[in-house]
Write a protein that binds this ligand. Sequence first.
Ligand SMILES: [Fe+2]
Ligand SMILES: [Fe+2]
Length: 165
Amino acid sequence: MLVHSQAIKALSPDDYLVIEQEHKLLEQYLESLRDACSCSKATQTPDCQRCDHEMQASCQGRLPSFLFHIIDLASKHFEHEETIMLSRPHVTKDYEYFRAHRLAHEAIIDQLYALSEECLALRNQANIAEIFNQFYKRLNALFEGHDQDFDDPFIKSTIHEDKKD
Ligand SMILES: [Fe+2]
Ligand SMILES: [Fe+2]
């Protein structure tokens, strides 16, 4: 995230704030997902058998809201990021990098829906901590990959544009 925090400053203060705050929200979301089950924090191989029935039911009950929340959070963030991109000089909807970035956002949303369905289908049979764990790992990989491939290069490009202006 170092690249982010340095490079992002080339955006206007308002745009910078929006992107920075939303990236922070996504990071916080991932942290709370990682720590959602107390047994998944305690051991490398989470085992819900060690939790009493009430705890297990509470973990199961919290899973759907985690799944829906990330879709909401990511959709709003992607929309804001695309609006900010389009407000940059020379960026239009047909601009190759904008189109690729937007397609990548759409692909993530599709994957979030697919992942959510997968998790919900497993909810009543599998170890709930393991589901949280897998969901966390896959989301983390998705967002890290996206940052490296799209967000960081976009933010870096704003520096070059600002130097040219
Ligand atoms: Fe993005
Ligand atoms: Fe982003």
